[in-house]
Design a binder for this molecule. Sequence first.
Ligand code: G3H
Length: 541
Amino acid sequence: MTFEEQLHQMFPTADAIPANFLLPEEIHQREYLSGGEMRPWNGDVHTVLSPVAVQTPEGLKRKVIGSYPLCGQTEALAALDAAVLAYNDGRGEWPTMPVSERIACMDKFTGKMIAKKDEIVKLIMWEIGKSYADSVKEFDRTIEYINATIDALKDLDRNSSRFEIEQGIIGQIRRSPLGVVLCMGPFNYPLNETFTTLIPALIMGNTLLFKPPKHGTLLHYPLLEAFASCFPKGVVNTIYGRGNVIIAPLMESGKINVLTLIGSSKVANQLKKMHPKVNRLRAILGLDAKNAAIITEKADLDLAVKECVLGSLSFNGQRCTAIKIIYVHKKVADAFIEKFSAAVGKLKIGMPWEKDVFLTPLPEPQKPAYLQECIADALANGAKVMNENGGTTFESFVYPAVLYPVNDKMKLYREEQFGPVIPILPFDDIETPIDYLIQSDHGQQVSLFSNDADELASLIDPLVNQVSRVNINCQCQRGPDIFPFTGRKDSAEGTLSVPDALRAFSIRTMVATKQTEENKNLLNEIVSEQSSNFLSTKYIF
Ligand code: G3H
């Protein structure tokens, strides 16, 4: 049997899919949440096809998971109006609600979300082909993120529950919401990354327009009832439809105060420019990245191989933090490539529900062809596929291709492949990878592999001014979520750790007065009567 035939066999017949991983039925969403109500939809819909294809007498067919509304500008603008109304120029119920009550709403939402875990996890798996184990991890990590966000907000509020006196001025300093937030998440972490912006934006008192990712839309459907019942009317509004149709009028309205997007810098730049008053728009963005691994001749090669396999191929390389280019010192390049290719050969390929599966089908329909294009371009410019079966593609599955030696004429040198293709370059002067990072449009992270403290120190100092995280002897990654997650150049705008995100979606605001007897009495009266939610010394326990 050829390897391609093996890949064909990997796709199941319908009755070979284990019943406990099946969705009970197709999900045909014909409603959306806007202005506090589930609004019926009878217009066009988008059919959701899984990256998992099923063997049928007519050949392989991608499994239909369901469909969702393809709304238009009218519905998007109505949802915008609902968010604007709920914010009500900062006088709405949600932006003026005491922090403790907002936290109570979020706690209630979390409880309802946990009740939907099984359905959401299966939808992550079916919609984007993420392994079942990683889909469970994504769900659990999101719950942990929400709980950590609640704890961080309690801390923030406790520290703000007091007056400060400086140079005869009494002040109370808190953080206030910014307004209406347009929130768009990515397909690769459709729940987790979307919620790392949506949850802090929400809990800080903003109102939301939420557009679920193109791949990974249906998994949000089970949460709409919870959004509707846990938060005041119009605080969370969903918008569905083609981004290029519905987003422009929202931005052009000038009524979006915050754009938060995990996606491409090209799209982010286009959207920002549409806002009529750019100075009124805050952008919190997680964008492109091309993280490099640099393996020096003093590296522990086995460790470097292990971390580079995880870094470049977890979820088939579809992570913004993935290692997307590897620089290896000439003296150890052959040994590294041999070990690396052997390790890739041991990774289990298969369907997302299979135990210990590592490599799975890809959700973007055009991705296999794009990766083939990158591979062909690399081969035409002098690279070779170094691993057995590297690059073999069947339907939605692409077997990893290890390419060497890659050079600056190839697409893979600069483009973010976001898939299971690993470009490797040799170097003998450490200035070569440093210069690559300096010239790069990206500046998210780097992974350094060396066991020499002096060598590491000499790399750390130049590289911390190129990227936002230098990983030593380990792969690049976002977590733990309490650590800052950001990037330079085209890789990010704003910082998204649990506490940083609360700051990103709010603005410091203070109430101040001169320290006179009359003013002190006024402040005391407001505080003791608890007549203001902002000017308050109430402590959240
Ligand atoms: O796609 C980018 C994600 O933020 C990566 O998160 O490094 O935890 O997989 P991760």
